[in-house]
Design a protein around this ligand. Structure first.
Ligand code: ANZ
Length: 825
């Protein structure tokens, strides 16, 4: 008897051996084709939890498989060490974020090792170390040179609990809460640094050659939100407005609107400005001033979502002034209304109540006329009960009468463009990326403010600007670094006079926007990465959670394009293929959380059952892309399967002298078929069905083994194939068995088994089809067809159908693999 499968001993033995041998260190130069496989790196927020295992173990299995397929696979890992989660946790535990983060990294790194991954740790990156963040600062300076970084005063989203501004993407939900802590965010006016991601809006909408999930592409497309339309300028009515201060727009400058429906221009009966619009002050007449001011105050307290919610009453206040429709010459009253956002388009909307739902409600409320200018097909001329928003024919539209509205859009813009009051434009919902954070735990922004020289970039040779270790790091609403005099006070790099450093730090999404390049040469100190290693690019397969669809994955693409345009890269996209794994839930189908008490701790399982069991179990739970609840019962099946693999490898059948040719041939066929389907499954990331097939295969081998009449060479080959196919999912046990059966180290350096297509085809048998006992047809069917399949084929046969000819089938007699008799009458 072979000794029993003892996972903890085997795990430790092989992990030590692999590490000592550098088995997973990836050479940069190799004859094998390259494959860059990247899983999103984790925040070092504590322990490696089941979610990390769920993301990483199947990815590791796939990377191992690719290695067996002959690729030189780069499979690195690092830690996203800056940012709010680490800092908040550090504050809670009252230790320095650095100490806390590095201790977690130490712990998580050893947990990753216990998972038995093929991570190349020689390439590890830790983003909170100066060796890494120095290059964030370098990128910032390059972006500044390129005009891709700029400083502006902006109303920004501020989380009063985290005491920092957030990127628009970090504000979640209808009620606009902080992504991290759930507190409702506030608007604040601050001077901030932005990256001009909008410059790439158009290119970011193209996904050519990207094998990315449709869902992610759609989310990015919606996020970028491209609208084609026109800007149309309405003149201000002469004398309608008070002359403004000298730096305000001149009196003859009009109101620009952005519209996607220029075809409705003759139906405008009012104008609505966002309450924050700079013209409001000037256009408000004295008798309307009190009402307008009160409305503006109220609107400022509301969030964008509240303001634009579909079910919110569309309210407004008349400014007392009028503007002029440049097409019709009609006078149009100017309102302010909170459903118009200052941050979108031009912050002004032309109200066309007959053809826009919001405008319809607004006009009803304020008793404004609702003239129809787009006639619906078959319209009877009656007033509309609701806005008509579909295409139709332009009417009451001057020179455009009779024009189909879709055509009219272009014609109206062309007419206005000739006369200088309309321009065709494209507007995006995407906003520039706000990167300033009023937090301690991030990359210092390499800028100095000098009373003489203004905004002065820190010279490249002075990088990194080190994050001081001993400053007060708790958030106060102001940047913690502001209170660190030694950090803040600095000599101006240009004039040498007293100046101050920027005290905000960078958004942590900065780090993950280019980390894939740093893995190529994590210690390179002449640039963000060594250009001599660019042959690894782009990432061939990226894996991670869907929650990153619009933030990280958009910044990640933007950085690559910006780097390409700076001559740093020759690629257009960072990652060719993307796949999103689902979320693993607690046994109660709820999100795992300490407060719910449904957290599954991987360490407990690994201590007892070993890494292979837990890895395989997570892969077996269901389709990886779907995620799903953790069902602890299921793990027993994996334990049984691995024990069966163990026994199959170590206990040979009692080979008989007389070999049964049929059984041997069937075993060979089974081996080829299994290799085929398992290969297809792992290629498609279908780990659950891959394991199901390997389980079936092991059961099959057990049955064959009991028969004992097989050729020993064929048997050993069949068992080897089982080990090789199980190796990516269960790297430890397979390595152990490979050694025990006298194979050369390491199983992980072996080639993936191949199959012959001819051997995978099912054996065919001929089935005779009778109708009332007379032979009418012969069918070739796969030998393992079911009764239902054969019956259906028989009834579908033309020769049979012509005999049955509508008669009732009273009975079907079936002799498996031989005969079907259809009894009619
Ligand atoms: C007149 C009009 C007539 C409009 C009509 C629509 C239908 P999307 O497609 O989302 O880009 N709009 C423009 N700027 C706005 C702002 N700052 N706040 C709120 N609404 C704004 O929407 C573009 C349409 O939304 C524009 O076209 C404008 O209303 C409105 F029958 O102009 B439309």
């Amino acid at each position: 008897m072979a000794d029993r499968f003892d996972p903890p001993t085997i795990d430790a033995k092989w992990q030590a051996r692999w590490e000592a041998d550098g088995l997973y260190q990836t050479p940069d130069a190799s004859d094998a084709p390259k494959y860059y496989f990247l899983s999103m790196y984790p925040y070092p927020s504590g322990d490696l939890h089941t979610g990390h295992w769920y993301a990483e173990a199947p990815a590791d299995a796939k990377a191992r498989y690719l290695r067996m397929r002959g690729y030189n696979v780069l499979f690195p890992m690092g830690f996203d060490a800056f940012g709010l989660p680490a800092e908040n946790a550090a504050i809670k535990h009252n230790i320095h974020p650095y100490t806390w983060t590095m201790a977690n990294i130490e712990r998580m790194r050893s947990q990753f090792r216990r998972m038995g991954t093929m991570i190349d740790w020689s390439r590890e990156i830790v983003t909170c170390l100066p060796e890494y963040y120095r290059w964030n600062q370098w990128f910032f300076l390059q972006f500044l040179k390129q005009g891709l970084a700029y400083r502006a005063r902006a109303a920004v989203d501020f989380c009063p609990n985290c005491n920092t501004t957030l990127a628009r993407e970090q504000v979640w939900g209808e009620d606009r809460r902080c992504e991290r802590c759930g507190t409702p965010v506030e608007k604040r006016d601050l001077e901030q640094w932005f990256f001009r991601i909008t410059q790439y809006a158009e290119e970011l909408l193209r996904f050519d050659g990207l094998d990315w999930p449709e869902r992610v592409k759609t989310m990015q497309t919606n996020w970028i939100g491209r609208s084609e339309g026109a800007e149309i300028e309405f003149g201000l009515e002469a004398g309608g407005a008070e002359p403004g201060p000298s730096d305000a727009p001149t009196a003859n400058q009009g109101i620009k609107v952005f519209t996607t429906r220029p075809d409705t221009i003759y139906g405008v009966t009012f104008m609505v400005l966002a309450p924050e619009h700079p013209l409001v002050e000037r256009l408000t007449t004295d008798d309307q001033r009190a009402a307008v001011q009160e409305y503006v105050e109220r609107a400022r307290r509301e969030t964008e979502i509240e303001r634009t919610a579909a079910d919110k009453p569309k309210t407004g206040v008349f400014t007392g002034s009028y503007c002029v429709n440049p097409y019709s010459g009609e006078r149009v009253p100017v309102y302010i209304g909170d459903y118009v956002l200052y941050t979108y388009g031009t912050g002004a909307v032309m109200g066309v109540p007959a053809h826009d739902e919001r405008d319809f409600v607004f006009a009803q409320r304020y008793h404004l006329p609702i003239p129809v200018v787009i006639a619906p097909p078959d319209w009877d001329g009656d007033p509309l009960a609701a806005a008509y928003t579909a295409p139709g024919t332009m009417i009451h539209s001057g020179p455009f009468d009779g024009t189909p509205s879709e055509e009219g859009k272009k014609a109206v813009v062309a007419y206005g463009a000739e006369r200088g009051f309309a321009t065709a434009t494209v507007t995006y919902r995407l906003r520039d990326w706000l990167i300033s954070r009023q937090r301690y735990w991030g990359t210092p922004i390499p800028i100095v403010y000098c009373p003489t020289d203004g905004i002065v970039p820190v010279p490249e040779e002075d990088l990194p600007v080190l994050l001081p270790e001993d400053s007060q790091f708790k958030p106060t609403g102001e940047s913690p670094l502001k209170s660190d005099e030694r950090f803040r006070n600095v000599a101006c790099p240009t004039c040498g006079g007293p100046a101050e450093r920027e005290t905000d730090t960078m958004d942590t999404f900065m780090d993950s926007s280019w980390y894939q390049y740093r893995f190529l040469s994590p210690h390179f100190d002449e640039g963000p990465f060594d250009p001599a290693k660019a042959h690894w690019l782009p990432v061939d397969q990226y894996t991670g959670g869907i929650e990153h669809a619009t933030m990280h994955l958009l910044y990640f693409r933007f950085f690559t394009k910006a780097m390409r345009d700076m001559g740093l890269l020759q690629i257009d996209e960072p990652a060719t293929r993307l796949i999103n794994q689902g979320i693993i839930l607690g046994p109660d189908s709820q999100k795992m959380s300490k407060s719910r008490g449904n957290v599954v701790n991987p360490d407990d399982y690994v201590d007892k059952l070993g890494a292979d069991v837990f890895r395989c179990y997570l892969m077996f739970i269901g389709p990886w892309q779907d995620g799903g609840p953790y069902r602890p019962e299921g793990i027993d099946g994996i334990v049984r399967w691995l024990n069966r693999v163990w026994n199959l490898a170590l206990e040979e059948p009692a080979f008989a002298d007389a070999v049964d040719a049929e059984t041997t041939r069937a075993l060979q066929a089974q081996r080829h078929k299994t290799v085929k389907v398992v290969t297809e499954d792992i290629e498609a990331f279908h780990f659950n069905t891959m394991l199901a097939r390997l389980m079936e295969y092991a059961n099959y081998l057990s049955r064959v083994k009991d028969s004992g009449k097989i050729d020993p060479v064929v048997w050993r080959d069949a068992v080897n194939t089982l080990l090789l196919m199980a190796a990516p999912a269960a790297p430890h046990i397979t390595e152990e068995l490979w050694e025990r059966t006298g194979r050369p180290y390491s199983i992980h350096q072996q080639a993936w088994p191949t199959f012959e297509a001819a051997m995978t085809e099912d054996e065919q048998v001929t089935v005779v089809v009778q109708v009332n006992g007379k032979v009418r047809d012969r069918l070739m069917v796969p030998a393992d067809s079911s009764r239902e399949q054969v019956e259906a084929l028989a009834l579908a046969s033309e020769k049979v159908a012509s005999q049955v000819n509508g008669a009732t089938v009273r009975n079907v007699v079936y002799v498996p693999g031989r005969l079907v008799n259809i009894v009619i009458g």
